[in-house]
Design a protein around this ligand. Structure first.
Ligand SMILES: *[C@@H]1O[C@H](CO)[C@@H](O)[C@H](O)[C@H]1NC(C)=O
Length: 369
């Protein structure tokens, strides 16, 4: 082979190789955004961010996935509690410090951002996150994030999961949050959120789960919540919510878990909450609810838990409770109930603690009347 020919071949192979690499690799802009994101984090025990090296961020970068066609970064999934063998080998769960760099906002084809359960990541959620047009999942649970929920969060029209639970996020729920019209799961439990739940929260028509327990929310429960047809799981417990329980909550079609315990709710228990055959878990404990317990249980009532303890309920225990298909845990203690405890199921199974500290209840399992 002549020199020229060989030179040509070598050159051609080099060009082909370069083309192949370029076609497989992530774009330089995504690559540099990821390196900036990595630079703001420190993961000392497992070394997973050490895999973020080399030109092709779409291959073998731990937790990074690209769209196979466009080669754009689509998902970042970094979970500090996971079944991944890396964690098993290290014999520990994940720990990371540092912060979430705003450079993540340059990944404009990102659909999933999960940076969960690293315990030590602090700083604020970059507000530019609200301008990631394709974001569907934002899960930053279990870190030490502070500051506020970005005011523009409502711009994320494709967002289905917003999970910021177990952080130190403060401030109000931004009014724009009601514009998240694809949102299915809203999880903000265990933060320092203050202020009221927006009265038009009912606009979140796709929402099936709203978990806001353990914050410092005030104001009343918006009536509009009852308009959310798909809402199955509502937890507003351990806040400072006042006012009465909207009667409309009693006629929600798929509501199955309702936790409103440890608030400052007043007024009566809506009849529908006890008559609704879909509700299986009801905790209204530690409020200032008053009035009689509605006698509305029936053959379709199926409760794994009813906790009405620590309220100001009066009157007697409804006899219809023994008509229920199933009552698991029942706690009526610390109220002002009076009169004979009905007989039959579930009363033949419950302990005295379920009825303790009332005004004048009697009969099994308490003393005879
Ligand atoms: C209901 O809520 C109270 C107060 O927040 C809590 O102590 C109790 O364990 C809960 N009941 C059930 C059955 O989970």
């Amino acid at each position: 082979m002549g020199c020229l020919t060989r030179g040509f071949l070598v050159g051609a192979v080099a060009v082909l190789l370069a083309m192949a690499t370029a076609a497989d690799a992530c774009t330089p802009a995504d690559h540099s955004a990821l390196l900036d994101f990595k630079a703001a984090l420190n993961e000392p025990y497992l070394g997973i961010l050490n895999t973020w090296s080399g030109a092709d961020c779409c291959t073998n970068w731990y937790g990074v996935t690209c769209d196979p066609e466009t080669k754009r970064v689509a998902d970042i999934v970094l979970r500090g509690e996971s079944e991944d063998p890396i964690f098993e080998k290290a014999g520990r769960s994940g720990y990371m410090t540092g912060s979430i760099s705003p450079s993540v906002c340059h990944l404009d084809r990102l659909t999933t951002l999960v940076v969960a359960d690293w315990k030590g990541i602090s700083g604020e959620i970059p507000s530019c996150i609200a301008s990631l047009p394709h974001l569907r999942i934002l899960d930053l649970i279990g870190n030490k994030l502070s500051g506020q929920i970005p005011a523009d969060i409502g711009k994320l029209s494709h967002l289905t999961v917003l999970n910021l639970a177990d952080n130190q996020i403060s401030g109000h729920l931004p009014p724009s949050i009601v514009n998240l019209n694809s949102l299915m799961h809203l999880e903000l439990s265990n933060n320092k959120l203050t202020g009221e739940i927006p009265s038009d929260i009912g606009k979140l028509s796709m929402m099936s789960r709203a978990l806001l327990t353990r914050n410092e929310l005030t104001g009343s429960i918006p009536n509009s919540l009852a308009k959310i047809y798909r809402l199955a799981d509502l937890d507003l417990s351990m806040n400072q919510i006042t006012g009465s329980i909207p009667v409309q909550l009693g006629s929600m079609p798929v509501l199955s878990t309702l936790n409103l315990d440890s608030n400052q709710l007043t007024g009566q228990i809506p009849t529908g909450l006890l008559a609704n055959p879909g509700i299986n878990i009801l905790n209204l404990s530690r409020n200032s609810l008053e009035g009689n317990l509605p006698d509305v249980f029936n053959q379709r009532s199926y409760f794994t838990q009813i906790d009405l303890s620590y309220n100001n309920l009066r009157g007697s225990i409804p006899k219809s409770l023994s008509a229920a298909k199933f009552i698991g845990h029942l706690d009526l203690s610390h109220n002002h109930l009076c009169g004979p405890i009905p007989t039959g199921s579930p009363f033949d199974r419950l302990e005295a603690s379920s009825f303790a500290n009332n005004d004048c209840l009697c009969g099994m399992p308490l003393q005879t009347c």
